[in-house]
Write a protein that binds this ligand. Structure first.
Ligand SMILES: Cc1cc2nc3c(=O)[nH]c(=O)nc-3n(C[C@H](O)[C@H](O)[C@H](O)COP(=O)(O)OP(=O)(O)OC[C@H]3O[C@@H](n4cnc5c(N)ncnc54)[C@H](O)[C@@H]3O)c2cc1C
Length: 601
């Protein structure tokens, strides 16, 4: 799908959903908050979005869906999630549960599942078990071979949609040991199961995404026919890990959207709230907090741009891209929301207010992006495992490897560049030291300096400063490799499980994020819509990343902060998604009188 087609689809979708502040729209914040308050599954929203055809954008076109492009599904998910993360997950889980079928299913299996989804069937993805969490090779749900298929016993918990859905795609042990080749993927159909062989567990009350159905499924010898095994027997772990790579990227849409909604709330509040005879937004500290929050959201947006596109443009490297994004995005944006708490003050506590209530909901909902589909620690560990080869390549790669990486980054970060069709079976579990974002960073910095030469005075200085900061950050790769090598030498066998390795992995992720910001500017500046691109924004994005290493050093160009605040205000006034993507939001139809008002209680 081209950039123009995607932005047009997003515009139509927004128009369909309407202004969330308008109680008469299809998905208003007032109803979202009611569901949240009552822990009530959003049946009407899910049904409405299914009828619109939302699920098709996460199902392959070849077998009856409309997708070849996870970027489209990710964008639509952001638009649902800026209203309600629980509805976004409830829908996304059917797509996530289909991913194993997409990866390893036969053409007939794909067609059958998609036809059934069109007829109303919902899926859940049964990977986790209460006793084992991330420790997949100790999972206990067992599938015993019987004539014509398997009999499945054990329990999956906690699982989104376990009660609501009609089928669960289950990761189960089919082999005699607990080795990598002893697991398989089976689809359990609740409606074909004998009554006493499947039982839903009691739904749990949650801290965030409260409206989501989070429960479990207990199997007591349920029969699964051979034809409902996905992929070969023993291929389950590989399929599950590849499924997680995709799912962990899609769920990041919730983090981006949560901050989008909260930042608008905080901006409007600061504009309307008058203290000491002036609007709070004019207090330099508050204005800077808002600009910094926006810059961090745009760091996360740049990281997601490349990472989501890597599913198609660089599937062999997805293990690195998805884990970097899964660490950086929730970690940075949690801090962003904490800063917005300081801007909003006491109103953070107004749980059911149609405007402020959404902020406290987003605060809680964002937490799920830390743990679902592989928690932060598991992802850092994945980067830690690959760190020696990633750093070695980053520092020693020859011109051919770098040129190939540069060609791919032009697609990864070029919003107006067409992507190849998604082929999930091409995803790899290790990237063999390759990370295009980092490998192509020196070339991108050269281009950024060339763009600076062509720019006017102020922009030139900012682009040069941005290139200097990015160069300084990426210059940390050498010392990082030295520390990694020393740690390995000092700790020997204890190295792989050491706490220090996580620190090194975190630093690597932040350097990848700096590269992502530069690549997004270099490869997409021509595809952005005014008021973007902005050298001031790029500079502040990189300053925010640099602050993580030097928290008390002043910004090089404090004036850039005011410009970024203006940019945020313009995007909000123009009713645009807070993103590099030029996405128009639904027309404002809500009466603002009395609602935006800062005295609102
Ligand atoms: C709202 C929600 C929806 C969910 N939906 C689904 C679903 O649809 N399907 C599904 O299968 N699951 C689902 N889950 C379960 C979730 O994906 C798992 O709980 C999670 O992946 C397992 O991780 P955990 O956070 O429970 O931590 P655990 O794996 O229990 O780990 C606990 C802690 O141990 C430490 N730790 C863990 N592993 C390592 C490691 N390798 N190295 C170092 N330290 C480590 C970390 O500090 C971690 O936080 C859902 C969970 C929630 C909250």
């Amino acid at each position: 799908m081209s950039q123009a087609e995607l932005t047009e689809l997003a515009r139509r979708f927004e128009e369909y959903l309407g202004d969330p502040h308008d109680p008469a729209s299809r998905m208003p914040f007032t109803t979202v908050l009611e569901h949240d308050e009552r822990d009530a599954f959003p049946y009407a929203f899910v049904g409405m979005l299914r009828r619109w055809g939302f699920l098709d954008y996460g199902l392959p076109a070849e077998q009856g869906g409309k997708a070849g492009n996870p970027e489209t599904g990710f964008t639509l998910m952001r638009l649902v999630a800026r209203r309600d993360g629980a509805t976004a997950i409830a829908l996304g889980l059917t797509q996530a549960a289909f991913t194993p079928v997409w990866i390893a299913g036969t053409d007939e299996q794909k067609r059958r599942q998609i036809a059934d989804i069109h007829a109303g069937v919902g899926l859940s993805w049964g990977l986790s078990e209460a006793a084992h969490g991330s420790d997949l090779l100790n999972n206990e749900v067992v599938a015993e071979r019987v004539p014509g298929g398997y009999r499945l016993t054990g329990e999956k918990w906690p699982i989104g949609n376990a009660t609501y859905s009609d089928r669960m795609v289950v990761f189960a042990r089919t082999g005699p040991r607990r080795g990598a080749g002893d697991y398989s993927i089976l689809v359990v159909d609740k409606w074909r199961a004998e009554a006493e062989t499947v039982r839903e567990t009691h739904p749990v009350k949650q801290h965030g995404v409260r409206a989501l159905d989070l429960s479990g499924l207990r199997f007591d010898g349920v029969f699964v026919p051979e034809e409902d095994r996905i992929g070969a027997e023993g291929q389950g772990l590989e399929i599950a890990l590849k499924t997680s790579q995709t799912a962990r990227l899609v769920i990041l849409s919730l983090a981006l959207s949560g901050v989008d909604t909260s930042l608008r709330t905080a901006l409007e509040f600061a504009q309307d709230r008058v203290l000491f005879d002036r609007p709070v937004v004019e207090v330099p500290h508050t204005g800077r907090q808002l600009a910094e929050s926006f810059a961090e959201l745009m760091v996360a947006d740049a990281v997601c741009l490349g990472a989501v596109r890597s599913l198609q443009a660089s599937p062999a490297q997805v293990s690195v891209w998805s884990s970097v994004a899964k660490y950086v995005v929730p970690t940075v944006l949690e801090e962003t929301l904490s800063r917005l708490n300081l801007v909003l003050g006491a109103r953070v506590f107004l749980r059911t207010h149609p405007r402020f209530g959404m902020h406290q909901k987003m605060l809680r909902d964002l937490l799920v992006t830390n743990m679902a589909d592989g928690n932060t620690v598991v992802n850092l560990r994945n980067i830690g495992h690959q760190l020696p080869s990633l750093l070695e390549r980053a520092l020693t790669a020859g011109p051919e490897v770098r040129a190939a990486a540069a060609d791919r980054t032009a697609v990864l970060y070029g919003m107006d560049t067409e992507l190849p069709v998604y082929r999930p079976h091409l995803q790899e579990l290790s990237s063999r030291g390759l990370d295009d974002a980092v490998l192509a960073a020196p070339r991108a910095l050269e281009r950024l300096r060339a763009l600076a030469d062509e720019a006017g005075d102020k922009d030139r200085d900012r682009l040069v400063a941005a290139a200097d900061i990015a160069g300084e950050l990426l210059g940390r790769l050498g010392p990082l490799r030295d520390r990694q090598a020393r740690l390995q030498a000092d700790l020997g066998r204890g190295y792989a499980h050491s706490a220090e390795l996580f620190d090194l992995a975190q630093e690597y992720c932040l350097l990848h994020a700096a590269a992502a910001c530069v690549h997004t500017y270099v490869h997409s500046h021509g595809a952005m819509a005014a008021p973007l691109p902005s050298p001031a924004l790029l500079l502040l994005q990189l300053e925010r990343l640099r602050k993580r290493f030097h928290p008390y050093e002043p910004y090089r160009d404090p004036d850039a902060v005011a410009e970024v605040l203006d940019l945020l205000t313009r995007l909000h006034d123009d009713n645009r998604l807070l993103s590099h993507w030029p996405i128009a939001l639904a027309e404002r139809t809500a009466p603002t009188e009395g609602v935006r008002c800062a005295e609102a209680r």
